[in-house]
Design a protein. Structure first.
Length: 439
């Protein structure tokens, strides 16, 4: 349980979702709390190969990324009228060295900006039929997520100075996804932690790499011990044409529908997950994406190995929207090299993933992830390839996690032959180490 908690903590930090309590209480009584919050990540990276997104020259690159998020959060009970809550946080980020392997950043990024600034109200026991805090209404600058991040997991694309003369710069820390909050939000959550529940969200991005997209999101879920089944509707209503790619221009009026399920179906040690999403675009063909995943934990075997398999398919012009990491490495950045630098980026591809995780001690996970990438329409570019990632998650103490990783990525094609790897299609040996701390 100790290891699983900090694995979820790491995933939560990268995804921008709620973390286990890791705050310094400045003031607290029965009705009020004021906390100081600190979250920081630092990573060192090396890639033997480069990729033709923002880079033009082949060869190895080394870089470093880091950010510190710091601020205050608090809550206040209102007697029988529920409670209010809120947070304010700044985030300082940077990239040093050569910039990342795909050239989204160039190593010159340094920025401090407001990350969180929101207020909310929870209903307490005002509406018993909805459960405790069955109404949760919040506004402001905050993150938002749906399901396991297949379509929506915060506003976490952090492009630097490497593209379009820096027009998309968000402050560095591209891999660490330092900034995850939407600029403006209004979120209404209805229902408790079990049974029927739903969300209504208005989300406005100020991320130029996402064309400043505006969305209306609705979800309906049923949560039970055996698993969660959910419906999602996303209506993207506006983009900034100045910054939009050809695919992103189709977001103005695009509607996305999805059906998803996740749980163990009442069988201990089993994990099942799947989602189907359909997109109706205003000026082009209907697109879709889906995945099925199954895993099993051998709880009575030494080191408790967990084995999983997932198949995912994304149609030729599927828009992956605001996908992100929620359940650990591989969701939904598939492959540390492929998912971040070389493609595919959850479009025009079929991906098979096999995972193995063992826990030699309570504070150490060792994992291996294998991916096979198969392009659907090679006239749009060829991202066929294979990748093997080997990693560890070491919980040093309650405030520090260390995650070293080495990856081996082999594309079928070089950039000169329809792929993205510059100069050759040799196996790229990629390495990184990340340090995570929170107080």
């Amino acid at each position: 349980m100790h290891t699983r908690l900090f694995t979820l903590t790491l995933a939560s930090i990268l995804a921008g979702t709620a973390l286990p309590a890791k705050a310094l209480e400045l003031y607290g009584d029965d009705d009020s709390h004021l906390n100081a919050n600190l979250e920081a990540m630092f990573g060192a990276f090396h890639s033997q190969e480069s990729y033709a997104i923002g880079r033009t020259e082949p060869g190895s690159v080394s870089w470093r990324e880091g950010y510190v998020k710091y601020g205050l959060s608090g809550d206040q009970r209102l007697g029988g009228a529920g409670s209010t809550y809120g947070a304010f946080a700044l985030l300082s980020s940077g990239t040093w060295g050569d910039g990342d392997a795909a050239g989204f950043s160039d190593g010159s990024e340094r920025t401090t900006k407001i990350e969180d600034a929101y207020l909310g109200w929870k209903s307490g026991n005002l509406f018993p039929v909805l459960g405790e805090d069955g109404v949760d209404l919040s506004f402001g600058r905050q993150t938002a997520a749906v399901g396991d991040g297949f379509l929506l997991q915060g506003d976490s694309l952090n492009v630097g100075h490497g593209l379009a003369d820096g027009q998309f710069n968000r402050g560095g820390a591209y891999y660490l996804a330092a900034r995850k909050s939407f600029e403006k939000t209004a979120i209404l959550r209805l229902g408790g932690s079990t049974g029927w529940r739903g969300d209504l969200m208005w989300l406005k991005s100020d991320n130029r790499a996402q064309a400043n997209t505006e969305m209306h999101v609705g979800t309906l879920e049923h949560v039970a011990d055996a698993g969660t089944v959910g419906l999602t509707y996303i209506n993207t209503t506006h983009v900034d044409e100045k910054y939009a790619s050809e695919q992103q221009l189709e977001r103005d009026g695009m509607k996305t529908y999805s059906l998803r399920a996740q749980g163990n179906a009442g069988v201990e040690n089993l994990f099942l997950s799947g989602e189907y999403a359909k997109q109706n675009k205003p000026h082009s063909a209907t697109e879709d994406a889906w995945y099925l995943e199954a895993g099993w934990t051998f709880a009575d075997v030494a080191w408790k190995p967990n084995i999983s398999y997932r198949y995912s398919r994304f149609s030729e012009q599927f828009d992956p929207l605001f996908f992100g990491m929620s359940r650990g490495l591989g969701t939904w950045f598939q492959g540390e090299v492929a998912g971040n630098y070389a493609g595919p980026f959850n479009t025009n591809s079929r991906v098979q993933k096999v995972g193995l995780v063992v826990s030699p001690t309570d504070n150490l996970n060792l994992g291996a992830l294998y991916y096979n990438f198969d392009t659907i329409n090679r006239n749009l570019g060829n991202t066929d390839g294979r990748e093997l990632d080997l990693y560890a998650e070491w919980t040093v103490n309650e405030h520090l996690i260390v995650v070293p990783l080495v990856g081996f990525y082999r594309p079928d094609r070089s950039a000169e032959d329809g792929g993205l790897q510059l100069g050759n299609n040799d196996t790229n040996v990629y390495s990184q180490i990340a340090f995570v701390t929170m107080f």
